[in-house]
Design a protein around this ligand. Structure first.
Ligand SMILES: Cc1cc2nc3c(=O)[nH]c(=O)nc-3n(C[C@H](O)[C@H](O)[C@H](O)COP(=O)(O)O)c2cc1C
Length: 237
């Protein structure tokens, strides 16, 4: 199995610690090869809103040298893990900046076929509140990329560091991660055989109708036609 991890923060703190526990548990379930990215090192830019990705192709993004290797690693993986600590009650800016760059991959634009059979996990930690917001933003993008199953793991620590938490709480969080890793591995193995989400099917069908009415020169229409998704009777799931 191949897993692509996008660490939203370079800090080897609480979120990293939770991710490590998840990673170690995955490896206990079978052979897993990891490809890891750390933000902002591996994608140090904000989206500048040039519209190049939408209008002229994502290869013309001024940050394509960072974005394309991340897209490739995600497409080649069986599973994707995305993480973010909570900053001011939401995801951190680094992960949001990465997600902004992948707007072109949304179902209403040029979704990647491979994404429709992916399994993803979103991990977030906070001192007191906010994992719900952080996880929601990240999982929304994954949903709009077509990802088949999205799992979530948020930890409200009421402590500054993982090891400052009481042993009982550390064990509780550890047990949650172990359980979720087992499930994630299982689903990752059979990912191509599980049914697609209703949300994905409805959005895809609605966009198929809309995009078919676009002018023939529209880049999204050209892409959908090439894939055979408009009149070829094909679908990515
Ligand atoms: C800039 C910044 C903003 C933060 N905002 C919040 C917040 O709004 N609510 C909260 O409960 N914790 C907040 N925290 C604490 C972190 O969410 C928490 O310590 C988290 O576990 C850090 O993850 P890390 O160790 O992986 O960096 C903030 C931390 C930083 C650095």
């Amino acid at each position: 199995m191949k897993v692509c991890i996008i660490n939203g923060s370079p800090r080897k703190g609480n979120t990293y610690n939770a991710t490590q526990i998840f990673k170690e548990e995955l490896q206990k379930n079978g052979a897993v090869e990891f490809v890891e990215f750390f933000l902002p090192k591996d994608m140090p830019h904000f989206c500048c809103g040039c519209f190049n990705c939408f209008e002229n192709g994502e290869e013309n993004c001024p940050h394509a040298q960072y974005i394309q290797p991340i897209e490739k690693a995600m497409r080649e993986a069986d599973g994707i893990i995305m993480t973010s600590p909570v900053y001011v009650l939401a995801e951190n800016a680094q992960i949001k900046a990465l997600l902004d760059h992948f707007g072109y991959m949304y179902i209403p634009h040029r979704p990647r076929k491979e994404m429709f059979s992916k399994v993803a996990m979103v991990i977030s930690t906070t001192a007191g509140a906010g994992t719900g917001n952080a996880i929601k933003t990240i999982s929304r993008s994954l949903s709009y990329w077509g990802v088949r199953r999205i799992y979530k793991c948020g930890f409200t620590m009421f402590a500054i560091s993982w090891h400052e938490m009481k042993q009982k709480k550390q064990k509780k969080f550890n047990d949650i991660l172990v359980k979720k890793a087992k499930k994630f591995y299982k689903v990752m193995k059979k990912r191509k055989h599980i049914h697609s989400r209703v949300f994905t099917k409805i959005l895809f069908t609605a966009m198929k109708i809309m995009i078919s009415k676009y002018p023939d020169s529209n880049p999204d229409k050209i892409y959908w036609k090439e894939k055979g998704w408009i009149s070829g009777g094909k679908s990515p799931f």
